[in-house]
Design a protein around this ligand. Structure first.
Ligand code: KG4
Ligand code: ZN
Length: 373
């Protein structure tokens, strides 16, 4: 989308360093008419050998990458820092040492160019990501946020008005994919490898119980919208051990297990999202987070939503996973409302989603670092 730089159009630089992506982006626009001018994402490969994100290493890589990543984002946008109208940065939730790199850099830059500093909540930003590609992916909508660190089903009545209907009781959806990948001998992060293996599997051979899905569940039940994935991960582990799936000739068995696991996760996420859609009478579903890259999830959601007369908006992989464009986009929203911060802005591992009453959300991937099984 091309947006003319009219009287109210502003340019926002976004910075994201909450986990293992160092990212910077420039967007330009006003209200819901926003154009992406640049997006640079540096994914830290170093963590692959550890099978999970190592916080100390993440911080160090952010430190060495942040300057060239921001400079590249500005160069791609053909802008000087002085031509920016604001600097938006993820300040929560995530790995504190990683967040601090982005927050410190953003403060220094905002101070140097004398522009407002806009603090952005990482999970709120995921809700804005899809709208960068799909102009109709704006509230009111039902959102499914599924990544390595968080799993939430939300009702979004308007930007800034978030009602968290369901969360995971234990593992995040992406975390479950990563743990199952490990059990099946696949590399980290494992989601896309599990998806590829599942495509070769037979859906009828290895089926797993759908967690927290009972046909007699009622909207008032505590687990009506919530999900849980640790039981299914244990079931996968037991099946792998019992069947000897890790033997050299176990390839088909492993594919069948991957398929059974993915089918159970997808069906659970789709059902819970449709429940939220129905409960609030919405007609749009917006997906976000790394697990939204899963094509089986997207197509199952599209199928069920079209039966319900709803539209599904799926971000491209670049905007589904952690990126600074969504930070800049959410930053623009807050800038327009005067929600800026002083140079005393701090970083927080946990922080409530703005615009909802009470509760804490998300710790990024901090809880599943290194040797977590
Ligand atoms: O949003 P994201 O980049 O980072 C955060 O966790 O915040 O999400 C990464 C997660 C990982 O757990 C990864 O395995 C998962 O998204 N993922 C997938 C797929 N691609 C990435 N899970 C299932 N299927 C995929 N195709
Ligand atoms: Zn994220």
């Amino acid at each position: 989308m091309r947006v003319a730089r009219g009287a109210h159009a502003v340019r926002v630089l976004g910075i994201e360093t909450s986990c293992d992506e160092t990212s910077a982006s420039v967007i330009e626009g006003a209200g819901d008419r926003v154009a992406l001018r640049s997006l640079v994402i540096l994914s830290q490969d170093a963590h692959q050998v550890f099978g999970g994100v190592v916080p100390e290493i993440a911080s160090r890589i952010h430190l060495t990458s942040i300057v060239p990543v921001v400079e590249r984002a500005l160069a791609d946008a053909r802008l000087q820092a002085a031509e920016l109208d604001a600097v938006a940065v993820t300040y929560a939730p995530g790995l504190v040492g990683a967040l601090l790199v982005g927050v410190s850099y953003a403060k220094a830059l905002a101070f140097a160019v004398e522009r407002p500093l806009v603090p952005v909540h990482h999970l709120e930003a995921h809700l804005f990501a899809t709208a960068l590609e799909h102009p109709d992916a704006v509230p009111p909508f039902t959102a499914l946020l599924v990544s390595g660190g968080h799993t939430m089903i939300l009702d979004v009545a308007a930007w800034g008005e978030y009602d968290v209907l369901g969360v995971t009781r234990d593992d995040a959806a992406g975390e479950a994919f990563d743990k199952v990948a490990k059990l099946l001998g696949l590399p980290y992060p494992g989601g896309r490898h599990v998806e590829a293996l599942a495509a070769l599997g037979d859906p009828a051979r290895r089926q797993f119980t759908r967690p927290m899905l009972r046909s007699n569940q009622q909207p008032d039940d505590a687990d009506y919208f919530d999900v849980s994935f640790s039981g299914i991960k244990t079931a996968v582990r037991q099946t792998v051990e019992r069947t000897g799936a890790m033997r050299a000739d176990g390839e088909q068995l492993r594919a069948d297990i991957a398929r059974g696991f993915q089918d159970a996760v997808v069906e659970t996420l789709v059902e819970k999202t449709l429940r939220a859609l129905d409960a609030r009478g919405r007609t749009r579903i917006v997906l976000g987070g790394g697990v939204a890259c899963n094509r089986a999830l997207a197509s199952a959601m599209l199928r069920r939503a079209s039966e319900a007369g709803a539209t599904v908006y799926v971000p491209s992989p670049r905007l589904a996973t952690d990126n600074a464009a969504m930070i800049a986009r959410a930053g623009l929203f807050h800038l327009e409302r005067g929600h800026t911060a002083g140079l005393d802005l701090a970083a927080y591992a946990r922080r409530s989603l703005p615009g909802r009453a009470g509760g804490m959300t998300g710790t990024g991937k901090a809880g599943r670092v290194t040797s977590s099984g």
